[in-house]
Design a protein around this ligand. Sequence first.
Ligand code: GRF
Length: 218
Amino acid sequence: MSNDFSIAVFISGRGSNLKGLIDGAKYFRVKGVLSDRAAPAGFGFATSSSIPTYSFPRESYASLQQQKDALYSCVDSLAPDLVVLAGYMQIVRADFVERWTGRIINIHPSLLPKYPGLDTHARAIAAGDAEHGCTVHYVAAEVDAGPIIAQAVCPVDPKDTEQALAARVLTYEHRIYPWVVNSIARGGVVLDDGEVRLDERALQEALAQQFIVGARYS
Ligand code: GRF
């Protein structure tokens, strides 16, 4: 299958979602991995697959503005088809989001709009939620906001620790993120005038995997 469709992945740490994307790539290829950290653990997954890595640690730049400018111009020159945030901890500046609107996505470990921000698993447990999960969405300028592409729901066990729940949600993240990126890459998911639309195949695949998704192409 063609893998002309390329993505750039932003990470800050462990990189297990990056690994899921590398392993699950059917209709795309990972063109580069970028980070706001000097040497995030996840870079190992890129280098072992011969994928170039680019690091932009804040301490190497005179200002946050300069650090972000350097990172963003690297992405612009890589010119991927899609920017994929995967455990990227730095807030992405509004001008970059604007420039990449409809071509930048994020995964967040909660059922948005519930629990944007940090400590999502602890907050779900503290609230006594019976269900928790993860969300893949197009990125908007506000943190953890933007049109939702797909969500995976998992049960919360009343005895769950934060770590146990995080580990369970992560198994869903590793399934849903490659599926979403493959679906976008083959043209089965589009952002149409601010609305996420799926083709019949994407709808059927989502149903089979019990992902929550939006509407069909009109
Ligand atoms: C994941 O839970 C992701 O949803 C969140 O940060 C975590 C990153 O994990 N945004 P990893 O670096 O992909 O292992």
